[in-house]
Write a protein that binds this ligand. Structure first.
Ligand code: 6R9
Length: 590
């Protein structure tokens, strides 16, 4: 590992919730954090209550909880209104016979209805399964099937990708017209349930919400009871359901306070979609557990819209991702100058390596340091971070949060000394750690195969001052624009195409997206390697799986490198791509 002079961007916010990092670490006790919740006195627990109702009941009822805008809608909701709307959603679900432990999926654009629904699911003790809007039929079916979901809340358009007839456990498809607020009457009588037979699974969200009371009994649960299932990709097999519990709130609230540095007067904007864990842990739970005003912007990315969102809402804390920052950087300094971004106090990033160049650029044009944070779907909350009170070393993920121990270990679990690269590991457990992989105990065991440690799948090293530096994924998981894509899922879709005999998929380094998906394909007899065929195959994945999983590049090969057991060797494909030596080929087929 090269360690010449370490670049440091100094501390700029002296006053922060964490205070001195080393002191905070020494004094830290998770028990103190638990005492911040009302359940310590009442023994009754529900994350949605702590995030919404508790504030509404303690003088923050009129405070804005949600500041929503998209190109068509512009709305705001107070904590009291959020309490009422989420109660309605809870009652709506109960009226359909849905209750504790049931899996209820959400498949819709970011609108206030999504947030009411998610909180409503949590209030009745059901388990929320958020999906990206970009998912196509195969991706939706796999997740609903694996989880045994009983209901999905979606839009009429997206419902076309929900194969209800193939999902015997799915009893309800609740349709939201995402273009209008709950209270507004439906225009016309195009409500799909009026056109369908009695036993149809379709229900009208707006009609049910109107009928539902704004008062609801909260389902008090145990801290180990299920909260949310986030499906994420590994290097093999179908996507896995990462299962989180209500007790995760202790760490989500804590990191909201010391990493996001949230304060009562803040206006906070997390740009992530709830289909991604960042959009729930930090787009919903952390800000509202801290009683903070949360900005949600629907619609597509554009630098102008984003800057305008910061300017108009006077955003003070902004949490985004490297791909977005790189795209903003690409849009240039001039775009920044057209807006007043002086409200920003604290800027953070997650999801992929944050290039030092981006940090330097942000420091120059936003006059703010961009604080990198590292964590995973499986970890439920931030673990290794940069803090306002800590010197920032561009390129480093920072240091573990108080209460968490991180280390670099070898494959036997021996802790390696500073500057040695190895497995990035976290001492188990921590409050927001996943409790299982749905339906797949063996997968879970892979993460905790070394006693006492969670093995992240990332490789990293620690420098002599305790900063952690990301090196890469140990497995073949692709990180494109911050989204985890499992090569297996893409390969499986590719071989469904009639022209494709075999496919191997890798992440190819890309200056903006971090990685892009590249597919190596061998064709069946009778098919010709043409550009039209490439386009057709790409479209096939786009429409079958999702746009972000579709290969941006396809290369046809007569033969793909395989092990003797017939596994395509992605490592060799990657070496081809990067023009590197292919390494140990002892297991290759021929
Ligand atoms: C929250 C989230 C997790 C994987 C993780 C790592 C990569 C996340 C990073 C980072 C470098 C950072 N990753 N944060 N790599 N620097 N600050 O991203 O969850 O979608 O499950 O991805 O993303 O490889 O293992 P998830």
């Amino acid at each position: 590992m090269e360690k010449n002079t370490v670049e440091i961007i100094g501390v700029e916010v002296q006053e922060s919730n964490l205070g001195d990092y080393e002191e905070a670490r020494l004094a830290f006790d998770w028990m103190d954090e638990e005492k911040n919740f009302s359940w310590h006195e009442t023994g009754q627990l529900n994350l949605a209550y702590e995030a919404i109702d508790r504030h509404a009941a303690s003088g923050l009822g009129d405070k804005i909880a949600l500041l929503y805008s998209d190109p068509e809608r512009d709305e705001s909701y107070t904590f009291e209104q959020m309490r009422q709307e989420s109660n309605r959603a809870a009652n709506m679900l109960r009226s359909l016979g849905i209750g504790k432990g049931d899996r209820v999926f959400i498949f819709m654009p970011r609108t206030p209805e999504l947030y009411f629904t998610l909180l409503g699911i949590v209030k009745i003790g059901a388990i929320a399964g958020p999906l990206f809007e970009a998912f196509m039929e195969t991706a939706v079916r796999d997740r609903l099937q694996d989880s045994g979901a009983v209901a999905i809340v979606t839009t009429p358009k997206l419902a076309e990708r929900v194969p209800a007839h193939e999902l015997p456990e799915l009893k309800h498809v609740i349709l939201v017209d995402a273009s209008r607020p709950v209270e507004q009457e439906a225009a016309g009588t195009d409500s799909p349930d009026s056109l369908l037979p009695e036993d149809s699974p379709f229900a009208d969200f707006h009609a049910l919400m109107r009928e539902a009371s704004t008062e609801a009994e909260i389902e008090w649960v145990d801290r180990e009871d299920g909260l949310i299932l986030h499906y994420t990709s590994g290097s093999t097999g179908k996507p896995k359901g990462v299962y989180h519990v209500h007790g995760a709130m202790v760490q989500q609230a804590y990191t909201g306070r010391i990493v996001l540095d949230l304060r009562p007067e803040d206006v906070y904007w997390c740009t992530a979609d709830p289909g991604w864990v960042t959009g729930t842990s930090y787009g919903i739970f952390a800000p509202w557990l801290n009683g903070v005003t949360n900005v949600i912007r629907g619609g597509r990315f554009s630098p102008q819209d984003w800057y305008e969102t910061i300017q108009r809402n006077k955003v003070t804390v902004w949490y985004s991702a490297p791909t977005a920052f790189r795209m903003l950087m690409g849009a240039g300094d001039e775009a920044v100058k057209e807006y007043d971004l002086s409200s920003l106090r604290h800027v953070l990033s997650v999801g992929e390596p944050l290039n030092p160049e981006v940090i330097r650029w942000g420091h120059r044009v936003y006059e703010r340091r961009i604080h990198d944070t590292w964590w995973m779907t499986e970890t439920g909350a931030q673990l290794i971070c940069n803090y306002p009170s800590l010197e920032l070393r561009p390129g480093s993920m920072g240091k573990p949060i108080p209460g968490v121990e991180a280390a670099i270990v070898d494959d036997q679990g021996n802790i390696l000394p500073p500057l040695r690269m190895g497995n990035l590991a976290i001492r188990t457990p921590w409050p927001s750690m996943m409790r299982k992989i749905w339906n797949n105990p063996a997968k879970y065991e892979e993460y905790v195969r070394i006693p006492g440690w969670y093995i992240s799948g990332d490789s990293a090293y620690m420098d002599e001052d305790g900063y952690f530096w990301f090196q890469g994924r140990i497995d073949d998981v692709i990180n494109t624009s911050g989204e985890r894509v499992g090569p297996f899922e893409v390969e499986s879709k590719l071989v469904e195409h009639p022209a494709v005999a075999e496919a191997g998929v890798i992440g190819k380094p890309d200056p903006v997206r971090g990685e892009v998906i590249k597919a190596f394909i061998s064709l069946r007899e009778g098919y010709e390697a043409t550009d039209e065929l490439k386009a057709e195959i790409t479209k096939f994945v786009k429409e079958g799986l999702s746009a972000h999983a579709a290969p941006r590049e396809i290369e046809f090969k007569d033969k793909l490198p395989k092990t003797r057991s017939g596994k395509i060797m992605r490592r060799v494909l990657k070496a081809w791509e990067l023009k590197l030596p292919a390494g140990d080929l002892s297991t290759i087929e021929d």
